[in-house]
Unconditional design. Structure first.
Length: 217
């Protein structure tokens, strides 16, 4: 009947999702490197920047605040928007939502614009939606990456999270590997990962990226 047919469709769908997850876990990072030839670092005030994804989220905006107030880092914030001006508006709205608009020291740095650059960037798109040339220029400027951007919703199916969370991370790795010099890569994940590791029956593996020796994280 209809119930049996529905159960069969759900089973097929679950199997397809599982197969996609397995395939994604085996993404060939060699191909990522080949597609983006390493570029020289940009020297002077335009080089040595820190890139922070997810700056319009709760955790991200406070990471940005800490970087600006407690370090000498210059920070690039890629934000999904139609243009850089709208991206900056989204960042300012985030400051207001989380009560940081009254933090004068923090806001002065953002409004000054010398240590913070807000650009359009979409983790769900190849090269973050930038042209390949612009992506390579960005790579030449960035020495440190804090990859905090993701869709955090444990109720959504894998296919709804894949582009931003999985392929978005691949794009950040690609950005790091575009530099000839070492890139410091900090990956920020959900706290539920730690909870899973507390389960004695869980399996935790670490893959050594021998071909990515220039990435530190």
């Amino acid at each position: 009947g209809k119930k049996g047919s529905s159960e069969k469709e759900d089973l097929v769908s679950s199997h397809s999702v599982f197969q996609q997850m397995i395939k994604d876990s085996e993404i060939d990072l060699h191909q990522v490197i080949i597609e983006a030839a390493p570029v020289d670092d940009m020297e002077g005030p335009c080089g040595g920047w820190t890139l922070l994804t997810g700056s319009t989220g709760f955790l991200g905006i406070f990471i940005l605040r800490d970087l600006l107030l407690n370090t000498n880092a210059n920070v690039i914030c890629p934000i999904r928007a139609v243009d850089d001006e709208k991206a900056l508006e989204r960042l300012m709205e985030t400051c207001t939502v989380f009560g940081l608009s009254e933090d004068d020291d923090f806001m002065d740095i953002i409004e000054d614009g010398k240590r913070v650059q807000v650009i359009t960037g979409d983790l769900e798109r190849e090269f973050m939606g930038l042209s390949k040339d612009d992506f390579l220029v960005l790579a030449s400027r960035v020495k440190t990456i804090y990859h905090n951007g993701a869709i955090v919703n444990h109720m959504l199916p894998y296919e709804s999270l894949r582009e931003a969370n999985v392929l978005g991370t691949v794009e950040m790795i690609r950005l790091a590997l575009c530099r000839k010099q070492r890139t410091f890569f900090h990956y920020i994940s959900t706290i539920s990962v730690r909870k899973a590791l507390e389960n004695k029956d869980s399996i935790f593996t670490v893959d050594r990226l021998d071909h990515a020796s220039k990435v530190t994280g």
